[in-house]
Design a protein around this ligand. Structure first.
Ligand SMILES: Cc1ncc(COP(=O)(O)O)c(C=O)c1O
Length: 378
């Protein structure tokens, strides 16, 4: 963690951590849009080639704008260090390729972001690894799936897309009791609600495309954890070239400054909209941990201090009306992704499920739009 800012509050660290003063005193971190760095002399060159991930030499290994983002991330994740990647998938695959190197097994949650699940199911085996998927709400099933060669548990503690709430503290304890690293995808909650490192998680990954950047403009990903473990992942990132670009790192740095403001508003609006969806005759199940009838309500309240995030999904009682409902959204934008300032609605490979990522618009406009769309399926 950044020692100078460690004792400051979360919102203050979001604004200031990682941001250093550069020549001319710019109040934002400059974007070092450069592929390589001038070597002042042969001695500097020799130092740089020995530590290509730690010194300015070539941007695939090190870049000061990316380093600034990593400093801010480490501070707000309550982690020793952090790394920034080209995308959430870049962060996830680089982390797991490192952990599973030489052949190893991962136990993964059976509800994961689809690209993560597909990569684990279809590609990890080709690199000599293996993955078993189990229901992570069933701790005994997770324990049974751990083998002698298991190196990691991998899960989203708030799952995509049906918002299961997983017992982070118990999963960490289980993983550690069996000598297995606990890797948590915290994209849905964001560090504004929950910091898995504070519960003992070893590695915390994010699609920074989502809440961290917050404006739907860039793809980026992050991993936070202990210095020693991140050193190996950093080296893998340099070798395979999955690091964040300086320009995208700057966009995430800017976005993070308003993370808490955005997420607080999104949580309030999502609670209201999920209740509206729940009360509407067109919906079947509404998945939102803030609703008292959600199976993970009490656990989510404990994990996040009573804020339940900006994501909810719902099924329709009349699946044949799904396309009419989807087409009727006007303020809530029909687009994939999440965590944006704009509310987004997404459809899934399911006959009746739609997911809403709540933005920061006026909640009255969002309520009217959701109601009008659901009215298509009365
Ligand atoms: C929970 C979760 N993890 C990871 C990812 C992948 O992130 P990216 O699209 O930035 O590669 C996503 C993308 O939607 C996601 O929802």
């Amino acid at each position: 963690m950044d020692d100078s800012t460690a004792k400051l509050g979360f919102a203050t660290r979001l604004v200031h951590s990682g941001e250093e003063r550069h020549p001319f005193g710019s109040i934002t971190t400059p974007v070092f849009d450069t592929a390589s760095f001038v070597m002042p002399d042969f001695a500097a060159h020799s130092r740089a080639v020995r530590d290509m991930s730690g010194l300015p030499y070539y941007t695939r290994g090190y870049n000061p704008t990316v380093e600034a983002l990593e400093g801010k991330l480490a501070s707000i994740e309550s982690a020793e260090a952090a790394l920034a990647f080209s995308s959430g998938m870049g962060a996830i695959t680089t982390t797991l390729l490192t952990l599973l190197r030489g052949g190893g097994h991962v136990v993964a949650s059976d509800e994961l972001f689809v690209a993560t699940a597909t990569w684990l199911a279809e590609d990890v085996g080709a690199f000599g690894g293996a993955c078993t998927f189990v229901d992570f709400t069933d701790l005994a099933a997770v324990e049974r799936a751990i083998r002698a060669d298991t190196r990691a548990l991998f899960f989203e503690e708030l799952t995509n897309p049906t918002l299961q709430v997983l017992d982070l503290a118990k999963l960490v304890a289980l993983g550690h009791a069996r000598g297995v690293a606990v890797v948590v995808d915290n994209t849905f909650a964001s560090p504004a609600l929950l910091r898995p490192a504070e519960f003992g998680a070893d590695l915390v990954v994010h699609s920074a495309t989502k809440y961290l950047s917050g404006h739907g403009r860039v793809l980026a990903g992050t991993v936070a954890g202990r210095v020693e473990q991140l050193a190996e992942i950093r080296e893998m990132r340099r070798r395979i070239g999955t690091g964040a670009t300086p320009h995208n790192a700057a966009a995430v740095l800017d976005g993070m400054k308003t993370l808490q403001l955005r997420v607080e508003r999104q949580c309030g609006s999502a609670l209201h909209l999920a209740a509206v969806a729940d009360a509407h005759p067109a919906t079947g199940l509404v998945h939102y941990p803030g609703l008292p009838n959600h199976p993970g309500h009490a656990l989510a309240a404990r994990l996040t201090g009573g804020r339940f995030g900006g994501m909810f999904s719902f099924t329709l009682r009349r699946p044949e009306r799904k396309s009419s409902v989807y087409d009727a959204f006007a303020v809530i934008t029909r687009a994939t992704s999440l965590g944006d300032v704009a509310s987004l609605v997404d459809s899934f490979d399911s006959p009746d499920l739609l997911r809403v990522s709540v933005g920061i618009e006026d909640v009255a406009d969002l309520t009217a739009d959701l109601t009008a769309a659901l009215d298509q399926a009365r």
